[in-house]
Write a protein that binds this ligand. Structure first.
Ligand code: HAM
Length: 414
């Protein structure tokens, strides 16, 4: 039986790996320029962390977590997202340290047992940022601006920011009641998931992607008409600050997000070029979560960009030019000499490979060509005798015999 990769996972080879790393590099540059510091948290967490933070009625917690029990009967989950872990780490480290960085970012794999399709995987990667300690509408705008800067920096030509506010606990309670009333009149048209959610999590129905539900919910009451005065003011300020920072956006009152921790600002960034899974990034404010997870009453906001989706719409082209050198000893006698040269060139930062199977010149050149190297450096009797090297440029086919210093210069200068 042949072994296959697990459904919904991917292998990355070149040139995709270079694109992945280049996106990471550009994203890091933007994040660092805004003062965000990298945090690395474990891929596994207690299952209860996600139940408590994302909410028990969410799709992720109900259906999508990869959960297992340890030998000591602890229930562990592969992380389905990064925010809960970062907040857990923030709260935990606050117990030991006085000074905490308030701006954190992370890049890494997440795991969700979803039905795989274009742009939707069971292991995917997120670039995420979280800002703690302020509920100033300027911070909402900073987070959204930064996400758009990363997308622009990664040469995404078309995307749109959709903005909403889900209010605070107080206004949401009132809205939930209104929404429930509306949903009860539409019971016949709702899917089973939405029917179940009418009582416990009516807002979640707004997130349903089933066509019949989407249709019904176009007539649902808008949360924006039910915000309390302080949430409404906050939302107005967020919009003003986004304009101030030059971020284009569209208000979409259906962006309620599928996770329980959100308060006030929520947003998604979509691209038409992605097909049905069109969200490249999403995020929002979660002012109650730090406290909920045992920390102080600290407001926070963040976003996560989906790396695989970003890769699909990014126009970054990675350099597929030939690079480096293959050292070709013409017999086993020249191997010690070849190894010395290889070491010296590597110290210069040159990529050097040697095919230890050796073989004829023709075979070795062929293999070097297949590996995509630029130069072949041939070491045989004549070369050792005269203390020179034959260097073949595999891009142009040109071959010269030169002393080492000239060879080195040629290789370094390309
Ligand atoms: P999310 O909307 O669940 O939010 O995920 C954010 C982004 O991750 C999505 O917009 C999408 O690009 C990508 N993504 C999600 N699921 C998959 C999947 N199965 N396959 C490929 N890409 C996927 C969060 O995770 C929140 N933690 C964001 C956040 C940070 N909110 C506040 N801070």
């Amino acid at each position: 039986m042949s072994l296959k990769r697990v459904r919904g996972t991917r292998d990355f080879f070149e040139p995709e790996v270079s694109k992945f790393r280049e996106i990471e590099r550009r994203a890091r540059r933007v994040l660092l320029s805004y003062g965000y510091r990298e945090v690395i948290t474990p891929l596994i967490e207690l299952k209860s962390l996600f139940e408590r933070s994302l909410g028990e009625d969410t799709d992720i917690v109900e259906k999508e977590m990869f959960v297992f029990k340890t030998k000591s009967d602890e229930e562990i989950s592969l992380r389905p997202e990064g925010t809960a872990s970062v907040v857990r780490a923030y709260v935990e480290s606050a117990m030991f340290r006085k000074v905490l960085f308030s701006r954190l970012f992370y890049i890494g794999p997440m795991f969700r047992y979803e039905r795989p399709q274009r742009g939707r995987f069971r292991q995917f990667h997120q670039i995420g940022a979280e800002l703690f300690g302020t509920d100033s509408p300027l911070s909402d705008a900073e987070i959204i601006k930064m996400a758009t800067e990363i997308l622009k920096g990664c040469e995404v030509s078309q995307f749109s920011v959709e903005l909403n506010s889900v209010g605070c606990k107080k206004c949401r309670k009132e809205y939930s009641y209104k929404l429930k009333e509306f949903l009860l009149t539409k019971k016949d048209y709702l899917c089973d998931d939405c029917l179940r959610r009418i009582e416990r999590a009516p807002l979640r129905t707004l997130d349903c992607k089933k066509e019949s539900c989407v249709q019904v919910l176009t007539e649902s009451p808008s949360i924006l008409h039910h915000l309390c005065s302080s949430c409404s003011e906050h939302f107005e300020e967020v919009k003003k600050n986004l304009q101030l920072m030059g971020v284009d956006f569209r208000v979409n009152e259906k962006i309620v997000r599928g996770l329980d921790y959100y308060t006030r600002t929520t947003f998604e960034i979509n691209s038409e070029n992605l097909g049905s899974q069109n969200a490249i990034a999403a995020g929002g404010r979660y002012d109650g979560l730090v406290k909920e997870l045992g920390g102080e009453d600290v407001p926070a906001i963040g976003f996560a960009i989906g790396m695989e989706r970003l890769m699909e719409v990014s126009n970054i082209t990675t350099n597929e030019e030939r690079k480096g050198v293959a050292i070709i000893p013409l017999s086993v006698n020249f191997v010690p000499h070849a190894l010395r040269i290889a070491e010296e060139l590597r110290k210069d930062g040159v990529m050097v490979i040697m095919d230890y199977r050796l073989g004829t010149l023709k075979t070795q050149i062929k293999r070097a060509d297949k590996e995509g190297v630029r130069f072949a450096l041939i070491i045989g009797d004549e070369e050792v005798e005269k203390n020179v090297f034959s260097i073949k440029d595999l891009a142009s086919g040109e071959q010269n015999t030169l002393p080492f210093e000239e060879v080195r210069r040629k290789i370094i200068n390309g």
